[in-house]
Ligand binder design. Sequence first.
Ligand code: UGA
Length: 436
Amino acid sequence: MKIAMIGTGYVGLVSGVCFSDFGHEVVCVDKDPRKIERLENGEVPIFEPGLDLLMNKNVEAGRLTFTMDLEKAVTGADAVFIAVGTPTRRGDGHADLTYVMAAAEEIARVAKEYVVIVTKSTVPVGTNRQVGEVVKKANPSLDFDVASNPEFLREGAAIDDFMKPDRVVVGVQTDRAAEVMADIYRPLYLRDFPIVTTDLESAEMIKYAANAFLATKITFINEIAALCEKVGADVKQVSKGVGMDNRIGNKFLHAGPGYGGSCFPKDTKALARIGQEHAVPMQITETVIKVNEEIKRRMIDKLLDLCGGSFNGKTVAVLGVTFKPNTDDMRDAPSLTIVPALVGGGAKVKACDPQGRHEGEALLPGVTWVEDPYESADKADLVVVLTEWNEFRALDLKRIAESMTTARLADLRNVYSPTDAERAGFVAYESIGREG
Ligand code: UGA
C-alpha cells in the first residue's frame, strides 16, 4: 500500500513510522521546512522513546520518506491521512478545523485517481462528512471516499500503543473504503487485534467519548482522594480495591495533581461544546473540566500548608514539569498552574526535568533549572514531586532530606510513602489521598 501522511506532529509522525514498519510505503508531508530537514537528517523533533530507531530503520529500508511536496506524496497513494493539529479555538472552545479543511482542499486539488481520505486528527462529529464536501467542491470529478480513523495512542508509549492497540476504529461510508482500511491494518489483523468498523459519526464520537470517560475516571479518583485525606482512608488501597472489579478496571485510577496533556483538556472542552450546540449539555464532562481545575488549585493549597501558609522566601525544588513522564510535552501540565503560584508567592523555584527544560524555560519564567534532582533539593525548604519520571522514583530520600534547609516533601504522584519519608528524616510529608 502507498500512504501519504499529512502532518508530522505527534500522531502523524508516529502513525507514519509505524505504518512504514508494517511494510507500507509511507510519505510524510509537512509545511514546515525545518521539520522536514530535521526528519531527513534522521532527527525526531519530538521526544518519544524508540521513535528515532524505528524511523531510521524504515528510512534506510526505503519505505519512509519526508517531503514538503504534497502533490508528490498524494500521487498514486491508496490512502491519504490527515493528521494535522486541531487546537482549541480561542474564545469559543471549539476544535479549530482550519488545518484539517485546508489539508482536505489541497489533497483534492492534486489527487487524480481513487483515494481514501482518512482523518486521524481528533475532530468533532460531522467533520468527516464536511471533509467529503470540501473535497467534492474542490475537485468534483475525483473518485474518493472519506474515512474516520481516530488514534488512541498515548505519549510516551506511542509505538507500543500503535502496534498493539486494544482496538482500531474505522468509520466508513463504503465497502471499498473499508477494504482499503483493512489492507492498511492487515498486519494487525493477522495478530488478531479487533477492528471496529462503524459509520463516520460513530467513529468520531468514540474518540471523544473514550477520552472524556478516561478524564472522568481520573477526576473521579482524584475527588475520592481528596475525601480519603479527610476521613483517614488511603486512595491507593481504595483504587486497588475498586479497580479489581472487572466492570470498572484498574487503569486510570491513579490519583494525582489533575490530568493534563494535549488531549484530555482539549477533547473534554470540545465535547462540552458539541453538547451545548446540540442542546444536550454534557453535564458530567463539564463538571470534570471544572473539578480538574479545582484539583490543580488544591495542590497549591497543599504546598502552602506544607510551607506554613506562605511561599515567600522559601526555596522549592520541583521535580518534573512535563504533564507526564517520557515526554517533553508541557501542554496543560499541572506545573503550569502550580509553578507560577510558587514563583508569584515569592518562592525561589529550582526545577529539574529529564526532558522538560527546553519548553519549561519558555513557559515558566523566574525558575532556575538544574540537571540533577539532588542539586535542586540542596538547601531547599520543600521538594515537590510533580511528574513521576523513573529518575524520581527511587531517590535517596535520606540524602535529599539531609541536604535540605527544612526537610519537607510533597509527593503529588504517590511515588513514596509516609513511612519512606519518615525513615529518611523528613519533618513533613504530604501525598495524594492519604493522611500525612
Ligand atoms: C490520552 C489517551 O490516554 C490516549 O488513549 C489518546 O490517544 C490520547 O490522549 C489522545 O487523544 O491523543 P495522553 O494524553 O498521551 O493520552 O496521556 P495519558 O497517559 O492518557 O495521560 C493523560 C493525563 O492523565 C496525564 O496528565 C496523566 O498524568 C493523567 N493520569 C493518567 C492520571 O492522573 N492518572 C491516571 O491514572 C492516568
